[in-house]
Design a protein around this ligand. Sequence first.
Ligand code: F3S
Length: 281
Amino acid sequence: MVQVKLADSAGFCFGVKRAVDETLKIQKDLNKKIYTLGPLIHNNDVVNFLEQNNIFAISLEDLDQLTEEDTVVIRSHGVSKEVIDKIKDRGIKLVNATCPYVTNIQKKVNKYSDEGYKIVILGDKNHPEVIGINGWCGNNAIITSKGNIEEEIPGKVCVVSQTTEKQENWKRTINNVAELSKEFLAFNTICSATEVRQLSADNLSKEVDVMLVIGGKNSSNTTKLFQICSANCKNTYHIENIKDIDIEEIKKMSPKTVGVTAGASTPDWIITEVLDLLKTI
Ligand code: F3S
């Protein structure tokens, strides 16, 4: 029988898993339709599953339609203080599932901007996490995507990073801030979840005959996992779910071991279905 191995770290990170679990629990407790501000996860299977469970994604503008009877969940990316205040002012029930690592950044930014520090955020200015963080310092932060800073930075500076940033961009940011400012505080708020997932995919794909990478076809973090695994194992396949597995083709290879990893937006139940199917070989 084929040996099936799952990477030590695969699928949802801690923050996303926590947000999904909490949302499902709240819906179960309330037993009615609830809303998430933006999709909890960018994965069609998950969106369908949530909708079947009476959980629907809405936009910021849709908040105006909600009443005191409604419940809205803040996803792991977090939101600005203004959005939290708006939900509270309207009397809408709020479930804040912001990842604790993101909350930590928001708190730092809020504290140091109150103390007169200019905030610098390394990250993508259009990403909801960065928009949310900026909203805890009066939307006044300098946001840099690669760490290059053009403008003058007067006075004291506090630097933070989007959680999914690259360390090389962080180093560039700090070097530039050090040149532009005499006094600064720097908090490396990059989360290691992505790096750990990639490292365990790298290790596993070196020791298996066939490797399956589960995740959306247009998910960038899944594509990265696929590239890492392909470099180590020539029989690497990118699949979205069990429907994409050609079990006969895998059988023909007579593999001794099959490895499995999954991108950040792949839920446990899809991973389990894949593992169960592979065990039938
Ligand atoms: Fe995930 Fe939270 Fe890190 S959402 S990527 S555990 S910052």
